[in-house]
Design a protein around this ligand. Structure first.
Ligand code: SF4
Ligand code: SF4
Ligand code: SF4
Length: 370
């Protein structure tokens, strides 16, 4: 793991001074406004600016940033990866950034925040106080408490993993959308390249994610039993919820997950914390998902692919051995790959490819005809 302060510019150091406190402050007001004021009326009075909730403003900033970065990448039409930024944007990357832009704008912003606002009594700028659903962050919770959630978590996501690997994380997820967008900005790509943990030990620590998965499933089952009045353990559930709030949601999800972008790259939460990612990886491993990244023997040993990977995968070790090209491959058996395609896009000699889903042939995802 690199030292976090190594080689920072003055601009970056100044940015960092404000970034972390800003993330913490914004997050605390967003999730726990009652820590700062005495009543729900005061939350509306002090934090519902122009009659809109903190959730609305948080999502406006969050989604706006993602849409802006993706639109910029799409309009420029050049790859955002590496130093060869003059290279044409590949079809794969164009579709990926389009998917991020549309999912974030429509599914995670317009549908939950704009449409209900337009329909509500009193007009768009008259939100009533509504506390956040503190269970949603554990991701698998909805799978235990609603039919729609069950189908989504236990049918649709596994099906997508079987065909597409964990591309859900780089094409669609609301959390992953921010990581993916920030990861191609000037500062973000520097954080990914220089500060993503890549040591052997950092890979072993990925096992932590399975503990989060076990805890999330345990919590989901308890909530299910409680909802259906099969078994109730009210005080245990509140204690569990409080500890998840603190450990998973605040410390790991927000402070480390987003606040640590400049320290450990953009995918720390996705690599070590997210229970859904752990579930996807296990599912992909045991159902032999069609997903794989394959080296084709053209490698020149430049190692750019490894430095580009936000998940800390030593991609180059599958493409060459001491400078001699090899045709290794990896999938969800031996990596936490999210299929972002950054390693493929940055390789100047097109030595990496995704395995084609149905025929087993390879597809060329670069913008260059081969
Ligand atoms: S790892 Fe989890 S949080 Fe990250 S992109 Fe995937 S599903 Fe979303
Ligand atoms: S696959 Fe491409 S980027 Fe990776 S080491 Fe080989 S030549 Fe370099
Ligand atoms: S191995 Fe390549 S495709 Fe997979 S996460 Fe890393 S950079 Fe993205």
């Amino acid at each position: 793991m690199n030292t976090a302060t190594l080689g920072r510019s003055t601009f970056e150091k100044t940015f960092l001074i404000f970034f972390f406190p800003l993330v913490i402050g914004f997050y605390l007001i967003y999730k726990y406004p009652l820590l700062f004021v005495d009543s729900e009326q005061e939350v509306v009075q002090y934090f519902y600016w122009f009659g809109k909730s903190t959730s609305f403003w948080y999502s406006t900033v969050y989604s706006g940033l993602i849409v802006f970065i993706c639109a910029r990448v799409l309009l420029r039409g050049k790859t955002p990866y590496g130093k060869a930024k003059g290279k044409k944007l590949s079809t794969y990357q164009r579709n990926k950034f389009l998917s991020i832009l549309l999912s974030q704008a429509i599914l995670f912003y317009i549908l939950p925040f704009i449409i209900p606002g337009l329909k509500q009594d009193g007009g768009f700028f008259a939100d009533n106080y509504s506390p956040l659903n503190k269970n949603a962050y554990v991701y698998v919770y909805n799978g235990f408490t609603s039919i729609g959630g069950f189908v989504y978590i236990f049918v649709l996501v596994p099906l997508s993993v079987w065909f597409l690997g964990k591309r859900y994380c780089s094409w669609f997820c609301a959390c992953g959308n921010l990581a993916e967008a920030i990861g191609v900005t000037k500062l973000g790509s520097r954080w990914v390249e220089m500060y993503t943990p890549r040591s052997e030990n950092s890979r072993k620590l990925e096992v932590i994610q399975y503990f989060f998965l076990a805890a999330a499933i345990g919590f989901g089952i308890l909530l299910f039993l409680d909802t259906w009045k099969i078994f109730s353990a009210g005080s245990f559930l509140s204690a569990y919820r409080a500890s998840q709030d603190l450990v998973v949601d605040l410390i790991f999800g927000a402070l480390i997950g987003v606040g640590a972008y400049p320290i450990w790259g953009t995918r720390i939460w996705c690599r070590y914390g997210c229970p859904l990612a752990a579930g996807m990886r296990l599912y992909g491993k045991y159902t032999k998902s069609k997903f794989k990244v394959q080296a084709n023997g053209k490698c020149k040993g430049l190692n750019l692919c490894t430095t580009q990977c936000p998940m800390g995968i030593d991609v180059a070790s599958f493409a060459h051995k001491d400078g001699t090209p090899i045709s290794g491959s990896f999938n969800l058996d031996n990596s936490p790959c999210i299929g972002c395609g950054g390693c493929i896009d940055i390789c100047p000699v097109q030595a990496l490819e995704f395995g084609k889903i149905l025929s087993g042939e390879k597809i060329n995802t670069t913008g260059v005809c081969s």
